[in-house]
Ligand binder design. Structure first.
Ligand code: G6P
Ligand code: ZN
Length: 542
């Protein structure tokens, strides 16, 4: 019943930071999915009889690709394939399942926070046995295989009913359709004190969680409304839709505008949160305050010991380089390690595996811990609820007290999107050329203490990653970082990350753009940003 189908290499199947990501019509080409999936299997060794986890964020084409993968996994000789009901599994839930069931690996179908639908994006990503994204060594080998593939193998069987929990036998392979939430919810109950959070909600605490019509709906509904007793209706946009209801499922104040406006208005509940398409990003908003991901990382790290899963304290904090220095102040106060890595969650894997870091975070709305090897949106929300259940204070007060204790790192990111690649490179070159002469120079109140092209030496495997962004640090704790996005799809996206440290509590309540005005002006001037990009203002300010 196994059919061997002749095929030819298809161009452009190179996995990026988060797997192979393309427009849906690209994936719909004949053999496109099969070639890539077979290239994954051809690259792996020793998986006969083992378990594979499969699931996606429910976006358009998810169900069709799940069927293809099931038939190909059976043909390849996996012993068992665990699939979330309806083909759904959030990215963190795949990571949980791989670890819990000691699976060989997992395949995630998602393009994260990119829009879905027939003209939207789709993606296929392979995760290894530790639950994290495949390292470059493996993705390079997969890509090499896509360039030489000549056939793929697929079981000639009818589609599996992926909507009913239960087992189907395909040859020697058992396909198990599982509740997509169960394993994940079980792990969360081990990490967090659900009794304490239940008591918070029982006391009248109100919340809105916006699932953005993406994969976290079922998770948030079961955990927040079901297990924790939040009022019905707490979770909105809770049904995963193939086109995410036309929304852009990227949880930032711009795309989650309804939630943002609610939280800034008179009818705000006590707490607001959102997650992205595949459930790994998070947005945290208190009544009247958007908590930047950088601040959220610092605040959660400072309070992690309140959750049973971290009661022994945390070993260290890791943050991506452009993420603000707020977490560094916490690490210093706790006397624990702080690790500065290049952008991309995969750089945290070794630090987590080696036990050097416990909590990790990125300015791009990712927070997580050593419980899995992906960032985790719902986990971040439960961490915040833990904190709120202990402190019984508004989120805004918790944030202000954090600033009072550690100082505030005013932070903003200015994005110049769809810039011609040459122009974006021009800005980077202009800064790079100045780096050697910047230290010691004074610009108004800003004196440069150091400047470099960030490179990372991984303390665990000894690997080096160069050219990871240009940093200019100032004596007063301010910082400018220039970096080109690795995930943009149109032209280049120049990201300018701006930061200023303020220890004086009397000056910690300013509008970030105003507080950062001098840093912003200098960043534009040094990079000749306006002249080179032709843009008077950034396209997105967060
Ligand atoms: C993805 C990765 C993150 C990373 C982000 C950076 O979301 O999962 O780990 O921080 O991309 O995106 P950028 O567009 O700034 O390269
Ligand atoms: Zn995501």
């Amino acid at each position: 019943m196994i059919r061997t189908v002749p095929t030819q290499p298809i161009d452009g199947q190179k996995p990026g930071t988060s797997g192979l990501r393309k427009k849906v019509p690209v994936f719909q080409q004949p053999h496109y999915v099969e070639n890539f999936v077979q290239s994954i299997f051809d690259t792996l060794e020793g998986f006969a009889g083992t378990t594979l986890i499969v699931g996606g964020d429910g976006r358009y084409f998810n169900r069709e690709v799940v069927q293809t993968i099931l038939k190909m996994a059976a043909a390849a000789g996996f012993g068992r394939v665990r699939v979330g009901q309806g083909g759904l599994l959030s990215t963190p839930a795949v990571s949980v399942a791989i670890r819990k069931h000691q699976a060989f690996g997992g395949i995630i179908l998602s393009a994260s926070h990119n829009p879905g639908g027939p003209d939207g994006d789709f993606g296929i990503k392979y995760n290894i046995g530790n639950g994290g994204p495949a390292p470059e060594k493996i993705t390079d080998a997969i890509f090499a295989r896509t360039r030489s593939i000549s056939e793929y193998r697929i079981a000639d069987v009818p589609d599996v009913d992926i909507d009913s929990i239960g087992e189907t036998v395909l040859g020697d392979t058992v396909v198990e359709i599982v509740d997509p939430v169960a394993d994940y919810a079980e792990l969360m109950q081990q990490l967090f004190d659900f009794e304490a959070i239940r008591a918070l909600f029982a006391g009248g605490f109100t919340m809105r969680f916006d699932a953005m019509s993406a994969v976290t709906g079922p998770y948030a509904k079961r955990i927040l409304e079901g297990l924790l007793g939040a009022a019905p209706g707490t979770v909105v946009n809770d049904t995963p839709l193939p086109d995410f209801g036309g929304h852009h499922p990227d949880p930032n104040p711009v795309n989650a505008k309804d939630l943002y406006d609610l939280m800034m208005g008179p009818d705000a509940p006590d707490f607001g949160a959102a997650s992205d398409g595949d459930g790994d990003r998070n947005l945290i908003i208190g009544r009247g305050i958007f908590v930047t991901p950088s601040d959220s990382l610092a605040i959660l790290a400072a309070h992690a010991h309140l959750a049973p899963g971290y009661a022994a304290g945390i070993a260290g904090i890791a943050r991506s380089m452009p993420t603000s220095l707020a977490a560094d102040h916490v690490a210093k106060a706790l006397g624990i390690g702080i690790y500065e890595t290049p952008t991309g969650w995969k750089f945290f894997g070794n630090l987590l595996d080696a036990g050097l870091a416990t909590i990790c975070g990125e300015e791009s709305a990712g927070t997580g811990s050593n419980h899995i090897r992906e960032k985790d949106g719902v986990w971040a929300v439960l961490m915040w609820l833990t904190l709120l259940s202990h402190r019984r204070q508004p989120a805004i007060d918790i944030v202000r007290e954090h600033w009072a204790r550690f100082g505030r790192n005013y932070y903003s990111r200015h994005d110049y999107e769809a810039v011609p690649t040459q122009a974006a490179n021009g800005v980077m070159e202009a800064i790079r050329a100045q780096i050697p002469t910047l230290p010691g120079q004074a610009f108004g109140s800003l004196t440069v203490s150091s400047a470099d092209d960030f490179s990372y030496h991984d303390p665990v495997d000894g690997s080096d990653s160069k050219n990871q962004g240009l940093r200019i640090l100032f004596e007063n704790g301010s910082r400018i970082v220039y970096r080109l996005s690795g995930t943009g799809t149109e032209g280049a996206t120049l990201r300018v990350y701006l930061e200023r440290f303020e220890a004086d509590t009397a000056r910690q309540d300013l509008d970030p753009q105003a507080a950062l005005a001098e840093v912003i002006a200098l960043a534009r001037k040094l990079g000749a940003v306006v002249e080179k990009t032709g843009m008077a203002e950034p396209s997105v300010v967060t």
